[in-house]
Every structure is written in structure tokens, then in C-alpha cells.
Design a protein around this ligand. Sequence first.
Ligand SMILES: C[S@@+](CC[C@H](N)C(=O)[O-])C[C@H]1O[C@@H](n2cnc3c(N)ncnc32)[C@H](O)[C@@H]1O
Length: 253
Amino acid sequence: MVNDYIKFIINSSNEHGVHSPFVYKLVTECFYKKSPSTIQAKIRSYKEKLKANKNFINVTDLGSGSRVFKSNRRKISAIAKNASISTKHALLLNRIVAYLKCEEILELGTSLGTGTFSLVINNPKAKITSIEGCPETLKIAQNALKEYQSQLNLIQGDFKKVLPDVLKTKYDLIYFDGNHQKEATLTYFKKCLQAKHNDTVFIFDDIYWSQGMKEAWQEIKEHPEVKVTVDIFQWGLVFFRREQVKEHFKIRY
Ligand SMILES: C[S@@+](CC[C@H](N)C(=O)[O-])C[C@H]1O[C@@H](n2cnc3c(N)ncnc32)[C@H](O)[C@@H]1O
């Protein structure tokens, strides 16, 4: 991972290395924009409340397991510290929804709802479907996200079982943050292709997490329906815009 990061830094650029107007605009008007301080404060406060929660829950793990936790009985504060999206990426997720004007959004892996919260706040037109396999984890998210109920459809279940129904809708954004294994990632990617349109963005978390995830990301980039990809190390963004030439970018974020 350290070696991957060093390679990434050497091979990546800021906006100056980007000749695609679409990606240049995305980088300068979304990636490198600062989020309003009110949004920053709301996201920090959402995370702080969870980090202060000393209760334990029994976690049902349907994903790749954890490199940190040894037992399924876990403290909510520890899940918030180890499995939730970082504040920096939560803010970026929030800006992406606003910048791309995403209305129909799907998240694979709700966990405690930090990503869901980032997708929904200040985006009144966003309607978010988020799937979580662990009932006790989802209960915490449901409670923390009560205020946004009208914009949210939080579903408890295994992706495998839930996706066929959920993918009858077309989405503007799909955030893949569940099972970080090669085969699972590629399976969900291929299934979700039916729910995209020309301007949909797919965001894959942890594309350098393991050898398998690096291979999955490579395969995704090579898929014939994929046009533009943007690797920001923590995430890989995928665009399908027919009007673009196939091109892959590595952007320092
Ligand atoms: C990294 S966490 C998600 C973090 C969250 N998106 C955020 O932004 O804070 C991954 C979650 O995906 C869930 N998950 C993994 N595999 C799953 C599966 N096959 N079906 C349903 N949920 C799954 C796990 O239970 C875990 O809570």
C-alpha cells in the first residue's frame, strides 16, 4: 500500500496535467473547492457523536471481514473510527452530489450512515437508497439519520438478495463501499451496469486495499462500457459518457 501510494504520487497530477475539459472542470470546480463551513461542521458533528458512543453491538459481517476487529461484538465508537468514511472524503462525496446534480443515488454499505449523511445533507433533491447487511449496525444509522427519513430508503439485507429489485431504478451515482473483495466488486459492478445512464458516476472505495482490489479496478477500467476513470487513490470514479474518448486519470486529491 505504501509502495502503491508512492507510485500514485509519481504518476498523478493536479488540474494542470488534465487536457479533458470534462475532467478539468470536475477537478477545479468540485474536487479542489472547499465545502462550506456549515457542512464541514455537520459532518464532523455526525462523526463525533458516533465516536462518543460507547455502546456495543453484535456485527453480522457479510463482506470481506475486518483487518482491525477480532470479534463480532464491537463498540460503536470503534466502528465509527475504523469503518466510516473519512471527513475529507465525506465532504468530497457531498460536493460530488451537488456538482453532478445527482438525484437518484445508491450506496452499497451503509454502516453507521456517515456516507449516507454526506450524500444527503444540503442536497434536498437527492433520494438515497442505501443497503446494509448487518441489522444492528443499520439500526444505529436509522436512528442517526431520522431527520432525513423522507429522502432515504435504508434497506437491510445482503447485496446479492436486495440488488435485483433495487436495480430496477436508474441511478445518477452509485457508491460501492461494501464488500472489498475482487470477485464481489466485479460482480456488483457488472450487475449495476443495468442501472446506469450516460451521465452516471460509479465511485469505488479502497481501490488499492488489496491485490484483488487493484485487479478489480484494472478490470473495471478496461470494461468496454467504461469511458473516463479518475483515480484519486482512495477512490476510483467511473464515467460512461459516450461522447468522451476512453481515458484514465490519476489526480492528487
Ligand atoms: C466500509 S463499511 C461502509 C461505510 C459507509 N459507506 C460510510 O461511508 O461510512 C462497509 C459496510 O458494508 C456492509 N456489507 C459488506 N458486505 C455486504 C453485503 N454483501 N451485503 C450487505 N452489506 C454488506 C458491512 O456490513 C459494512 O457495514
